[in-house]
Design a protein around this ligand. Structure first.
Ligand code: SF4
Ligand code: SF4
Length: 354
């Protein structure tokens, strides 16, 4: 399996590099094939914020597919807001209009069984396309450590179902298994990663943007994610999706093409003293020092996005209160807060939510 890790200094350069970069994948597609192009459209953030897949990457991939006679559509199920509003904010809607590519809002779901989790609710678009092209953004992630190709396909799950899945898989390893299940069901034929501007620290939306200078791709997202983690000097065993993929025998042998290397500051939630590696039953036995969300009240605009999306119903915005007996430390609140008004602080915590 070939993994391409190409250095790319800017999005202007990416525009020039993409046609040559993608040429090697021409044989994967055929004329009139319907392809779902799946960027990271986490929330309504501008391209400059480094949260969502940059429109330049989306444009380059769509042009490549259109030139092959493929019929692409673009869709995602954002964590907050509907896909049309999010696509306008992150510049992807404008690209779709420019190239006359449909932007699809998914409302219906289809249930599919994964190897570990049954009846996973994916957007019904999955049954209306011939193939998926996955366009992740390279970022740190408070819960999963890094978000890359495998994590990006979780956006194929309809938004309203996502909090329920966090509750269904409270243990981080189990949640990673769920992500791997979803990825196995979506099975993208190609993953093209936007790692030009990535994110470090407390990602995936409230960390610090960092110019990582990477344009990467592979037919296999497990191989791609593994190679990127290695070249970021992050042990793949620390990245939950990669640890579970390895345990399930899903990471193929691969060869890296390209000399790109870089580093990222890890999220505060990933530290030597963190207890996330403990199995959930052990976490439930006693209290531990752990990073939990804490309101930064002066920054909070009381939008209640965190309260609405908290899978454990642990948040009461009016009282600026989080019930740590219920909190499962999924960090969804931190991820979705548009104002970075939730800090991740160490508190004495015991696994709850039951
Ligand atoms: S903490 Fe963030 S998401 Fe929650 S109500 Fe305040 S601003 Fe909104
Ligand atoms: S309070 Fe935040 S971290 Fe805790 S369960 Fe709710 S969304 Fe997850």
């Amino acid at each position: 399996m070939d993994v391409i890790l190409e250095s790319c200094a800017s999005y202007e350069e990416a525009e020039r590099q993409l046609p040559q970069h993608l040429k090697r994948y021409e044989g994967l597609f055929w004329k009139n094939e319907k392809v779902w192009v799946k960027p990271n459209m986490l929330s309504a953030r501008s391209p400059e914020e480094g949260v969502t897949t940059h429109p330049t990457i989306v444009r380059g991939v769509l042009r490549f597919l259109l030139d092959l006679g493929v019929k692409p559509v673009v869709s995602d199920s954002p964590g907050v807001g509907n896909v049309r509003k999010v696509a306008v904010a992150c510049g992807i809607s404008q690209v779709c209009q420019e190239l006359a590519v449909p932007l699809i809002e998914m409302e219906e779901f289809v249930e599919k069984d994964g190897d570990v989790f049954k009846q996973l609710r994916l957007g019904d678009l999955i049954d209306r396309v011939d193939a998926v092209v996955n366009l992740p953004k390279l970022k740190t992630h408070g819960q999963m450590v890094l978000t890359m190709g495998v994590k990006n396909t979780f956006g194929c799950v309809l938004g309203l179902n996502k909090p329920a899945y966090h509750l269904r898989a409270k243990d981080y390893h189990l949640f990673a298994d769920l992500l791997v299940d979803v990825h196995q069901l979506v099975k993208p034929v190609l993953t093209v990663m936007d790692g030009i501007d990535g994110m470090e620290g407390n990602g995936p939306s409230n960390g610090q943007k960092k110019r990582l200078g990477l344009l990467a791709s592979c037919k296999n997202a497990y191989a791609l994610d593994h190679a990127v983690a290695m070249r970021l000097h992050v042990s793949p065993d620390k990245v939950y999706t990669l640890a579970r993929a390895k345990a399930r025998g899903l990471i193929p042998e691969y060869k890296i093409h390209g000399n790109w290397r870089n580093s990222v500051k890890m999220p505060d939630t990933v530290g030597l003293t963190e207890i996330v590696k403990m199995p959930l039953w052990l976490q439930e036995l006693t209290h531990h020092w752990a990073r939990v969300p804490v309101f930064n009240t002066p920054k909070c605009i009381q939008c209640k996005i965190c309260e609405r999306h908290c899978p454990a119903n642990a948040i009461t915005v009016d009282k600026q209160h989080i019930d740590y007996k219920k909190c499962i430390r999924c960090y969804v609140c931190h991820e979705l807060c548009p104002e970075d008004a939730l800090m991740l602080k160490r508190r004495l915590w015991k696994a709850g939510g039951r």
